[in-house]
Ligand binder design. Structure first.
Ligand code: SF4
Length: 384
């Protein structure tokens, strides 16, 4: 094995790819200007030579073969796995081996995600070559996915999308964040509503699945309604397979603090952001949009808001309404529990330890107004 048994691993992947094998095709973000994002600010963007990426794929395939040698009918021979693990030449190699082992045993052994932030920026023929090589070396994979920024997606030709689809690219994740041009400009997303629609429609036309991310609240109080309506417009025009909600929280230390300081942004309350989600859902045309909404992140207050837009919209709206109909004290108790990391819905708060329930009740009574929002924010700051 060359490269001392090491392949590159990038810093992030979408939550829905948490169990996928990760292949670093590019490094960092070619845009790197979004004001809310602190991920790659200190790192320059690079494409990786195709030959290097192929070596990484070879290394992953080799680890897979080594690990599968230890599979027995009753499970893995862990003694042999551990012996092999400790014989690897470096800690870096052990991290890579461990990743392949986890992917094979606990993860989604049929999925791979191409890192980092915008792999779609790569020349289509290079990306096709990489995807083709993955198919050759790890043929058991059934899903190959990548991030792509809307501005990039709009610039790729229909022909190239078809080539990428034929090569084996299955799904593109894209952080649209908002459908409003004014909000996109405010956060310096470097994309327009038109590009979101054109790019999204091209992806769909080629038969590639599209998963887009929106941030309710990212326009602040000032642009809350516009953010909801214009985002729904993009969803209606694109008909994505997945809409993933990521409630916006102004992160301490991000460039959004400057936007706020300049008087261009007032962060909405936790409840106002929920109302914005409701507003957006109401503007989705269920005759045009058929994909699935998901709230698959702890940052969302109501993670149960999930379902197919053309089938479950009434249910999602009534679920939000039933929360809004609770007495304010009950709403606050759930808000606080959720922001402290409670993973279930408000009807299950009784599952908390009695002492925790009591503490939450007291805090929900004690705090109010700006102090209450600041308290929630302190918890939320940890999640983003
Ligand atoms: S495109 Fe994505 S990774 Fe790049 S700066 Fe914006 S949010 Fe961050």
């Amino acid at each position: 094995m060359d490269q001392q048994g090491v392949f590159q691993i990038g810093p992030i992947r979408p939550p829905s790819e948490a169990n996928s094998l990760l292949l670093r095709v590019t490094e960092n973000c070619p845009w790197n200007k979004c004001k809310f994002c602190m991920l790659y600010k200190k790192n320059a963007f690079h494409t990786r030579p195709v030959a290097d990426v192929k070596k990484d794929i070879d290394c992953m395939a080799e680890y897979r073969d080594m690990i599968l040698e230890h599979r027995r009918a009753e499970g893995f021979d862990m003694e042999a796995v551990q012996k092999e693990f400790y014989l690897l030449p470096s800690d870096e190699a052990r991290i890579c081996y461990q990743m392949v082992f986890t992917w094979l045993t606990e993860g989604d052994s049929q999925a791979i995600f191409l890192q980092d932030a915008n792999t779609m920026v790569l020349r289509a023929d290079w990306l096709c070559e990489i995807v083709g090589y993955i198919k050759e070396k790890i043929p058991e994979l059934k899903r190959i996915t990548s991030y792509g920024r809307a501005n990039t997606l709009a610039r790729i030709s229909d022909d190239d999308y078809i080539k990428l689809r034929q090569a084996g690219l299955d799904r593109i994740h894209s952080g649209y964040e908002s459908g409003s041009d004014r909000v996109l400009e405010l956060i310096c997303k470097g994309a327009t509503q038109e590009e979101e629609i054109i790019g999204g429609q091209k992806v769909k036309r080629a038969g590639i699945e599209l998963s887009i991310y929106f941030m309710p609240g990212v326009g602040g109080k000032e642009l809350s309604h516009e953010n909801a309506v214009e985002t729904a417009k993009v969803i209606n025009e694109v008909d994505p397979d997945f809409v993933r909600l990521r409630t916006f929280v102004l992160r301490t230390g991000s460039l959004m603090e400057e936007v706020r300081k300049n008087g261009n942004y007032t962060e909405g309350t936790d409840m106002e952001k929920l109302l914005e989600i409701r507003d957006m859902l109401q503007h989705i045309d269920t005759n045009k949009a058929h994909g699935k909404i998901t709230s698959d992140h702890i940052i969302n207050l109501l993670q149960e808001v999930s379902g197919y837009m053309d089938q479950d919209m009434d249910w999602m709206l009534s679920y939000i309404d039933s929360f809004l109909a609770l007495p304010q004290q009950k709403q606050k108790e759930y808000q606080l529990a959720r922001r402290m990391g409670f993973p279930l819905d408000w009807k299950q708060l009784y599952l908390l330890r009695e002492s925790d329930q009591e503490k939450i009740k007291q805090m929900a009574r004690l705090y109010d107004g700006a102090e209450w929002e600041a308290l929630l924010h302190r918890y939320l700051d940890h999640y983003i």
